[in-house]
Write a protein that binds this ligand. Structure first.
Ligand code: B12
Ligand code: SF4
Ligand code: SF4
Length: 309
């Protein structure tokens, strides 16, 4: 077995033993088609006030600019589908935010992965990323054969749906590349488009970020939610899962094995009254390790007020 084959096997085995559910590999090269799609998305203002999306355009579309000497992009998926859901009638929270903050959990797994690769292979230069870096994670997942981009914009696996986080490890290791995922299993279905409460899903797999409930409830920071959105949030207080909940492929979702994503009691049980009574001090204590702290106390109060009209 040559070194490339041997190293590829080690990477894939180590990814799974480091706690990731899927691993695919693509050649590190500029993403020309994606650059065009991203440019169009930005020029139409679909990033709203997420100004950080305008930064580092060339790094975002070219891994060799982000990590000089990069040869391979290793894409990793980790399931966050919870085995318990929120009580009915409580202010709704996206499933990705039920447990501990995925940034912390995944960064630590990426470090373990890189350390083990050092031990097994020798000096490996690489950098791990999750979410906040200028990396087009969904495109890399598709290019590495892990799934297709659905009409709702999400990366969907045929095995168990779309409730997965995506992370990448960009490295100078020469590896064997997976074929891009060739098919698209959305077919004639339009369930996500039909049920998006704010009509944020456009044709050709484009999601207008500036109309998405996830943007309004998490990313808008100090700003007010526009009045024309009143009555459209369907009780979503933090993020939104509607376009994934209705997706037929998510019938195959299985509860995650990752204990860090176990739902915290308050997320499952807090009623509207509990949220309204919550003090800033308790908010900081209860949600100190949770993605919900991203909205800050003021943001959560704003969202609650908006929901109650
Ligand atoms: C900005 C952002 C948002 C914004 C804007 C969303 C958007 N559609 O761009 C907001 C705040 C609205 C948002 C919401 C959500 N997000 Co978000 N978000 C991001 C972030 C930071 C950047 C995404 C980006 O670059 N957008 C720009 C657009 C143009 O790119 P894109 O959506 O990635 O789409 C590209 C490809 O899909 C491609 N494409 C389209 N068709 C095709 C066809 C082929 C063949 C190929 C190759 C590519 C391709 O076109 C685009 C450019 O190439 C990523 C993390 C990251 N670094 O990638 C997470 C990320 C995309 N978000 C994620 C999640 C979980 C969500 C939510 C589900 C959270 C929630 N429950 O509230 C929602 C889903 C909303 C939706 N339907 O898209 C996950 C997605 C996981 C998955 N399975 O797909 C990511 C990857 C974070 C992570 N590390 O896990 N998000
Ligand atoms: S997350 Fe909600 S608001 Fe955003 S595109 Fe999906 S259904 Fe629409
Ligand atoms: S709901 Fe239907 S159209 Fe939307 S992503 Fe899922 S399969 Fe594709």
């Amino acid at each position: 077995m040559n070194y490339t084959t041997q190293h590829t096997r080690i990477v894939k085995e180590t990814a799974l033993s480091s706690g990731f559910d899927f691993c695919g590999i693509a050649k590190a090269q500029r993403l020309d088609d994606d650059a065009r799609r991203l440019e169009r998305w930005l020029s139409k203002g679909m990033h709203g006030s997420m100004k950080y999306m305008e930064n580092y355009f060339e790094l975002r579309v070219d891994p060799q600019k982000l990590v000089p000497s990069a040869k391979s992009v290793i894409t990793l998926l980790i399931n966050y589908f919870p085995s318990k859901e929120q009580h009915e009638d409580v202010p709704k929270i996206s499933k990705y935010a039920y447990g501990k903050d995925y940034h912390d959990v995944i960064k630590s797994k990426l470090q373990t992965l890189l350390k083990t690769l050092h031990e097994k292979i020798g000096e490996v230069k690489g950098r791990g990323f999750v979410d906040s870096a200028p990396v087009l994670e969904r495109s890399w997942a598709q290019r590495s054969g892990l799934g297709w981009i659905g009409k709702n914009g999400n990366l969907i696996t045929k095995e168990s749906g779309s409730f997965y986080f995506i992370a990448t490890l960009i490295t100078d290791l020469e590896l064997e590349y997976d074929d891009p995922f060739a098919k698209d299993y959305c077919g004639t279905c339009t369930k996500c488009i039909d049920s998006c409460p704010t009509d944020a899903i456009l044709p050709n797999k484009v999601v207008d970020g500036s109309k998405c409930i996830s943007y309004f409830t998490i990313e808008l920071k100090e700003m007010m939610i526009p009045g024309e959105m009143h009555g459209k949030f369907d009780n979503w207080m933090f993020g939104c899962d509607t376009c994934q909940d209705v997706c037929p492929w998510n019938r195959f979702s299985k509860g995650t094995d990752e204990t860090a994503f176990t739902p915290i009691r308050e997320v499952l049980n807090f009623s509207l009254h509990d949220w309204e009574e919550l003090t800033e001090e308790s908010f900081k204590r209860i949600f100190k390790d949770s993605p919900i702290r991203r909205s800050k106390f003021g943001g959560i109060k704003r969202n609650l007020k908006f929901l109650s009209g």
